[in-house]
Design a protein around this ligand. Sequence first.
Ligand code: GTP
Ligand code: MG
Length: 252
Amino acid sequence: MVPAAIIVAVILDRHSRLSSADLKARLKGLNLSDSIFTADQITEFVDLMQVYEGAMYEISTKLEILDNEFQVRFAHDPIHHMERRLKSVNSIIGKLERKGLPIAVESIKDNLFDVAGIRVICNYRDDVYSVSNYLSAQSDIQVLRVKDYIKRPKQNGYRSLHVIYAVPVFLSSGAHYTPVEVQFRTIAMDYWASLEHALRYKTDLPDARLSEHSQTLLDCARSLQNIEVQMQNIHRDINGAPVVEQTPKTTD
Ligand code: GTP
Ligand code: MG
């Protein structure tokens, strides 16, 4: 019997729980056109954010259940930890503006698929593919979009598997299929992405230094990938967890 205290995947909430009063105050603080200021629009927006929050919890619970099953069956934790966040009001509006889209609740629903986001940091690359495939196979959710930057890393060296799921959130009005963006990556990929992200926002460096660091980061991405493969092979040899290597497919 595995002690209950061990069966815990750590979920880090990047933001505190939603409070309608808080959201309303923040919306009012933004200097937006009158249209979004109507009481109806604010209520609609707060309602929508609650649905996204529900969807985020649904998916993270599913991931925790899978992680617990692996612990019991294979004495192995595929998930090191998870981080989850709802996009802030400011970044939602900023993204709509950048894309030249209307600032309205319908526009968020139709165009933004990363309002609810979960980052799943796994121990090994096999875990990334096992967990993402087992989640994708669940009959109540749909896989809307898949980007496998592990098999095809970005030019800068970025690696992660991005999957957008649609999960039903049951309200009094019925099931609302709601998108959640899940980024699956290993600890090494996360370690790399954090530094690359920090470098990207470091605008006060001279161009030459910036490009030198970018090149070094690309070399680091390759080295980390080699180390991961070697460590993965040792782990496969000593642990009986399933080996799954294919990229999850979108639902037809
Ligand atoms: P946007 O959502 O508008 O950014 O476009 P997209 O949906 O086509 O983007 P994509 O799925 O490629 O990436 C979305 C998220 O992945 C970003 O918000 C980051 O969290 C992460 N990401 C993507 N590329 C990079 C990268 O090069 N470096 C780092 N550190 N993170 C990245
Ligand atoms: Mg995105």
